[in-house]
Design a protein around this ligand. Structure first.
Ligand SMILES: Cc1cc2nc3c(=O)[nH]c(=O)nc-3n(C[C@H](O)[C@H](O)[C@H](O)COP(=O)(O)O)c2cc1C
Length: 345
């Protein structure tokens, strides 16, 4: 899947969400439980990511008071431009939450029409709206009227293979005044199984005139540029790969510039985990910071040789000091091997 520099140079590197320029056009996908302010700042600090989003927040829980309590919509100025994502299915309630989100300082409001979790779809939110497009239309119309900030929609290809309605959904969203669309081209029934069918993203791009972003299975810098090239989309979203390889955004920028792609050493990996742990500790109580570490290490250590014990050890850890020790001890022999390799090279 090699891409010539000549082709890379023709790929778009930015797009507009109304007055907001997203540059580079590589975006951190919203991930509930993951993309909080700490995670977003870790990704942004490495460069190469043009837009970040909060985790999905239930519109019913959004009020300035509640937001202080649950922190889902916390952010720092260096995260801008920032998208805040809401879920909901009652037009007036979502519109009310939209106004609050705009007051809290969101640059972009995104409506979730893709979450497959039964807890969310059971309440008629998320991907459930794909089964009731007139309701989706009412929600989007109400939200569009309620706020001046750009509103975008993130959606799936349909509820199941028998009811694929991504083109209808995209056209309705455009007619309702959405400023951009992001499609994760799996169905709700697929959840995260099978493969993301990017031909659906390419189809949407052909049928609307607002920016279209593709989301799904982008695992490397090559994947990202390959998707931009073959689907003609305006931008690419990266979700799970941001946890297993937080350097991916930076690597995409390097590939574009024709530079060698940074391959993190064991020392880099160790430092990143420890830095993230310290960031979490300064942002939240220790038990929550530890949970965040457990979550990241689950994805991050996939593919690291002999990492089962590290994962299991950190999962059992009762405090941050233990997690720190386990991480340092795990990487020490790897770092020595890297050093020997570097000397031999
Ligand atoms: C743990 C997790 C949480 C997610 N939470 C959200 C969410 O809150 N809002 C949303 O629109 N999508 C959510 N998604 C979907 C991602 O944004 C993305 O569309 C999907 O994971 C496919 O991209 P990927 O293959 O790059 O991960 C979530 C995905 C994961 C794995």
């Amino acid at each position: 899947m090699h891409l010539d520099k000549d082709i890379i140079d023709t790929l778009p590197d930015s797009y507009q969400i109304e007055h907001i320029t997203v540059k580079p056009n590589i975006i951190l996908a919203p991930m509930a439980g993951v993309t909080d302010s700490t995670f977003r700042r870790m990704i942004l600090a490495m460069g190469g990511c043009g837009l970040v989003s909060t985790e999905m927040t239930n519109a019913a829980s959004v009020s300035p008071k509640a937001c202080k309590r649950h922190r889902l919509l916390d952010f720092l100025p260096e995260e801008r431009p920032l998208t805040m994502q809401l879920s909901g299915n009652e037009p007036e309630l979502v519109a009310h939450a939209a106004r609050t989100v705009a007051e809290l300082g969101a640059d972009v409001l995104d409506i979730n029409c893709g979450c497959p979790s039964p807890k969310v779809t059971g309440g008629g939110h998320g991907a459930s709206l794909l089964r009731d497009l007139p309701k989706l239309e009412r929600v989007l119309t109400a939200v569009r009227k309620a706020v001046d900030i750009p509103v975008t929609l993130k959606f799936r290809a349909g509820w199941d293979e028998e009811s694929l309605n991504y083109l209808d959904t995209a056209k309705i969203a455009e007619a309702c005044g959405m400023a951009a669309l992001a499609l994760h081209p799996r169905t709700r029934e697929q959840r995260y199984t099978g493969e993301a069918d990017w031909s659906r993203v390419a189809e949407v791009k052909q049928h609307v005139s607002i920016p279209v972003i593709g989301s799904g299975d982008v695992k490397s810098a090559h994947d990202a540029l390959h998707r931009l090239h073959t689907s003609g989309v305006d931008g690419v979203m990266i979700g799970r790969a941001a946890m297993s390889n937080p350097w991916i955004f930076m690597q995409i920028a390097q590939l574009r510039r024709g530079e060698p792609i940074f391959e993190p050493t064991s020392a880099d990996k160790c430092e990143l985990l420890l830095t993230y742990l310290e960031m979490c500790l300064s942002d939240m109580p220790e038990h929550l910071a530890l949970n965040k570490m457990k979550q990241l290490i689950g994805q991050f250590s996939i593919g690291l040789p002999y990492s089962t014990d590290l994962r299991a050890g950190v999962q059992r850890a009762k405090d941050a000091a233990t997690a720190r020790e386990l991480i340092t001890a795990f990487f020490a022999p790897h770092m020595e091997m890297d050093d020997v390799g570097a000397l031999a090279a």
